[in-house]
Write a protein that binds this ligand. Structure first.
Ligand SMILES: [Zn+2]
Length: 175
């Protein structure tokens, strides 16, 4: 284990500056990536999420598990809470979640419970991913809400490199 009192290793990755004119998946994932860079700068595992609704970003968050000492403080959970507060409704119909890594069991569950329209994730997670990587909560036979999925391919290499390098620098095992 690394010394918890040591300063965080500097993040060697720069933020992205996507054109505001093209609001496609790469645009929104770039903002999620920037959240992940912020997580690294706070010595948190670099995972970021943004939520798009009506072409606008209504929530942006990154993992704060260490700082908050809260195992539920994943980027997606924090972003969903923000988005629900912003819309004044727990139902996030019509919203798309962009997240740099495939959602874990908790976050995949939150995607279904909040009824988001679509989830776009960058890096599949064969260990803990519950939207296609390890298993798929969308396939529960009696669930009547399903999310549309874009799994992998959007800034996948960039988001994977950020995670891989973080774990390498911290000398931790792969997530
Ligand atoms: Zn999670």
């Amino acid at each position: 284990m690394s010394d918890p009192s040591a300063p965080p290793p500097p993040c060697p990755f720069e933020k992205r500056f996507p054109s505001q004119l093209v609001r496609d998946d790469v645009f929104f994932m770039s903002l999620a990536y920037n959240q992940a860079v912020d997580a690294w700068r706070e010595d948190e595992v670099p995972v970021g999420a943004v939520i798009e609704f009506g072409g606008e970003v209504i929530a942006a968050a990154h993992n704060t598990v260490e700082r908050a000492k809260d195992p539920t403080a994943h980027a997606e959970i924090l972003a969903i809470t923000q988005a629900a507060a912003k819309l004044g409704d727990w139902r996030l119909d019509g919203a798309t979640v962009y997240v740099t890594k495939e959602p874990c069991p908790m976050c995949s569950g939150a995607m279904l419970m909040s009824r988001v329209k679509r989830v776009c994730y960058a890096v599949p997670d064969p260990k803990m991913g519950c939207l296609g990587g390890a298993t798929n909560l969308n396939d529960l036979p009696r669930v009547n809400h399903h999310v549309e999925l874009t799994s992998g391919g959007v800034l996948e290499d960039e988001c994977r490199e950020l995670l891989r390098t973080f774990f390498k620098v911290k000398r931790l095992g792969e997530p």
